[in-house]
Design a protein around this ligand. Structure first.
Ligand code: HEM
Length: 352
């Protein structure tokens, strides 16, 4: 894990904030602490938008992405921690989406430090597990409110806005250090996707285990520097993953990390020590990639609170905040389909 940097440059913080463009959220009716004077899903989603306004019809964050399908091959090891069917040895269908953090669906690949994966696994008992994970090993800030403040500071014209933010939220330094030093890759297939938020796995006896999960690539990782990535072209990542999966399925190992007593479960800006017990629960196999416009992930809301029986939220405040923000974004974008028409609709529209 990256160590906190004593003094990340404010310019790089502003850049990070811009490229994360990742939301922030707070409140959440489900968490029971909604306050109309403070933070709402609408305010939070609005704060992610660039100055010129959001890209209508698209996800309000992680707007550039590509769909995939495949399977999760559970090896049975996770069944000791959770009674969810998804951990019983077997193969379960998957729909997902590779993406990166930007409100601009046309952004060039090298503009974003944070890549992501949306994942949905369905089991024969009718249960669904959705997750949206990112490549950094921890989140830049500790709370949804702090994320909102980060978005506001990065958009502010006040010269000291980011300096004041960093003073009030020192946890951002570790993220700045990670962003400045972590290697880039030239492929979605070579990235690790971290859930970051803590959840509870409920086992057959009813006991709860605090966990975080990650998908670790089985592909060899070939680091590349930022300028070399930029030279590969603005849409390299989507072209590359489509070609690569066309040649062979791509795989990730699902690693479930268990908290020790006292490890922070309510703060995704704090990584747990690497020596914590972890369980390899199975393999994600991606065998088909399709453009988002007509693809199977287009209308999925990868809401991290959609969980099967056997997984629940913890005291981490993010999932509830994210759920409310994602729902708002989903409602907006699905009502704006004319701004992002499917191919058949676009073709019909151009016919005389
Ligand atoms: C309160 C904090 C956050 C807010 C407000 C927020 C906001 C959003 C919004 C509005 C979307 C678009 C949703 C849609 O239209 O379907 C989104 C997508 C996404 N977010 Fe967040 N986010 C937050 C935290 C996080 C965290 C902690 C992670 C990772 C651990 C994350 C990972 C992702 C990913 C991977 C996607 C793309 C999912 C997809 O492919 O549909 N976000 N976020």
């Amino acid at each position: 894990m990256a160590q906190p940097s004593p003094g990340p440059k404010l310019a790089s913080l502003a850049l990070i904030a811009a490229v994360i463009a990742a939301g922030a959220g707070a409140f959440a009716y489900t968490a029971g602490w909604f306050s109309p004077d403070r933070l709402t899903p609408a305010r939070l989603v609005q704060a992610i938008a660039p100055a010129g306004g959001p890209a209508l019809g698209h996800r309000r964050n992680h707007a550039k992405g590509i769909c995939f399908t495949g399977a999760f091959e559970a090896n049975g090891n996770g069944a000791e921690l959770s009674k969810a069917q998804v951990f019983v040895s077997g193969t379960y269908p998957v729909v997902g989406r590779f993406n990166f953090s930007t409100p601009d669906p046309n952004a060039a690949d090298a503009t974003s430090r944070v890549r992501g994966m949306g994942l949905q696994i369905t089991t024969p008992d009718g249960q669904v597990w959705r997750s949206a994970m990112i490549s950094p090993p921890f989140f830049p800030v500790a709370t949804p409110e702090a994320f909102y403040a980060l978005l506001q500071a990065s958009a502010s014209k006040a010269p000291d806005a980011m300096k004041s933010f960093a003073a009030a939220h020192p946890e951002i330094a570790a993220f700045g250090a990670w962003a400045a030093s972590a290697p880039w890759t030239a492929s979605y297939a070579e990235d690790t996707y971290n859930g970051l938020n803590a959840f509870l796995f409920i086992d057959k006896s009813g006991a709860a285990h605090a966990v975080r999960w990650s998908l670790r690539p089985q592909a060899a990782v070939a680091p590349i520097d930022h300028d070399a990535l930029a030279k590969l072209g603005p849409d390299h990542l989507e072209q590359e993953i489509a070609e690569r999966v066309g040649q062979a399925p791509q795989k990730w190992t699902l690693v479930v990390m268990l908290a020790n007593p006292g490890d922070p479960t309510a703060d995704p800006s704090k990584a747990w020590p690497a020596d914590r017990k972890s369980v390899e629960a199975g393999t994600l196999v991606v065998d088909k990639v399709e453009a988002e416009r007509d693809g199977p992930c287009r209308d999925i809301n990868f809401d991290p609170t959609i969980l099967p029986d056997g997984i629940t939220v913890s005291d981490d405040p993010f999932p509830a905040a994210r759920s409310a923000a994602y729902r708002h974004s989903f409602n907006l974008r699905t009502a704006e389909e004319k701004n992002y028409p499917r191919s058949d609709a676009a073709q019909q529209g151009t016919q005389p």
